[in-house]
Ligand binder design. Structure first.
Ligand code: PEP
Ligand code: MN
Length: 361
């Protein structure tokens, strides 16, 4: 089901469709000198939209929670002295009113805010009748509906210049990323709202500098519109998110290393070859469906048999052995362990559902 939002192009610098649109700046505004120095270096390195957090949603108390409204005049200086656009996070109605007084050009809602419909609605009410571009980060939990809900609430307040920021999702336990990208979720968002501008925030996905390029390149390969990257004049000394921030110079390098591929080509030979390969994929998908359907028929037979003999549906040793065997088999065919586990968990769940159905008949 696709969603209809009333959208206007989210364009800066008057170049529609120019990719990537880039916002950059420190996680937090710390001092006027740090803000001005970072912004100046960013501008020298080609950046036109400056981001900085004024109010910081920190996980634990007694950490740096942002300078608060005293930082707003610093952003106004950036705008006036360097002719840059400015962007900051708003998390409640009073942030909206304060930031508007200082001519901030773009607002964003943070991941923790998007997860809270009361907070989103409060911000939507404060924005009613105001014309300002708003970017909405994905919620901390991997829930595309919650993300869409926040976009709808802000859109219903009359905000038409809307964008989504993909910043990854919390996970429990060890992971390569600070916030798992779950690329399928922004892809689904794009499917549901095709005209929506989507930016990726590699900084909060990675939580470190090493993976920034790889994640940014992936966002470009998925044809997302832009990037919002944390940059600081002295990253190691940053008061928040020090490990993931980069210098304006390193940002320029990262951007110039990106390979930008075209979404569509008008060369008939290329398109025919792609169409041919895609039709092979369609055939394999058909076969997969047929095989899965047949597998479920067997599951139901097993269910009927278990019912007759009074045996429980789930037998964990069998499931454990099956999974190990499938992993080793799948790896031989070039499939990753992570994928095989996800695939077989889904298949196994569907089998249990089929067995439960026949057991209850
Ligand atoms: C930020 O952009 O600095 C921030 C706090 O991000 P998030 O809401 O994605 O955690
Ligand atoms: Mn940050």
């Amino acid at each position: 089901m696709s969603i209809t939002l009333e959208l206007e192009a989210f364009v800066f610098d008057g170049v529609p469709g120019k990719r990537p649109m880039v916002l950059a700046g420190p996680c937090s505004a710390e001092t006027e000198a740090q803000v001005m120095e970072t912004a100046r270096h960013l501008k020298e390195n080609g950046i036109r939209i400056f981001r900085a957090g004024i109010w910081k949603p920190r996980t634990r108390p007694n950490t740096f929670e942002g300078v608060g409204k005293k930082g707003l005049p610093w952003l106004k200086h950036v705008k006036e002295e360097l002719s840059m656009y400015t962007a900051t996070e708003v998390a409640n109605a009073s942030h909206v009113f304060e930031a508007l007084k200082y001519g901030i050009d773009i607002f964003w809602l943070g991941a923790r805010t998007t997860a809270n419909p009361f907070a989103v609605q409060e911000i939507a009410d404060a924005l009613n009748g105001v014309e300002i571009p708003v970017m909405i980060k994905n919620p901390v939990n991997p829930d595309v509906e919650l993300w869409i809900g926040a976009l709808e609430r802000i859109n219903q307040a009359g905000i038409k210049k809307l964008a989504a920021i993909h910043r990854g999702f919390s996970t429990y336990g060890k992971s390569l990323y600070r916030n798992d990208p779950h690329w399928q979720i922004p892809i689904e968002l794009k499917r549901r709202i095709p005209d929506l501008t989507i930016l990726t925030d590699p900084s909060h996905i990675c939580g470190n500098r090493d993976l920034l390029f790889e994640v940014s390149q992936k966002a470009m390969d998925l044809n997302f519109d832009g990037l919002i990257v944390e940059a600081h004049c002295n990253p190691d000394k940053a008061l928040s998110d020090a490990g993931q921030q980069i210098t304006p110079k390193d940002l320029k390098q990262l951007l110039s290393n990106l390979v930008l591929r075209k979404a569509n080509v008008d060369n008939a030979v290329i398109m025919n070859t792609l169409d041919e390969l895609r039709s092979q994929i369609d055939k394999y998908d058909d076969r997969l469906m047929e095989i899965l359907g047949n597998r479920m028929i067997i599951s139901e037979k097993i269910g009927t048999y278990k019912k007759k003999n009074n045996i429980t549906i789930l037998q964990s040793t069998r499931w454990d052995e099956l999974l190990h065997q499938r992993i080793s088999n799948g790896e031989k065919k070039g499939l990753s362990e992570e994928f095989i586990i996800k695939l077989f968990r889904a298949i196994h769940q569907e089998s249990i559902n089929h067995q439960t159905k026949v057991m209850n008949e």
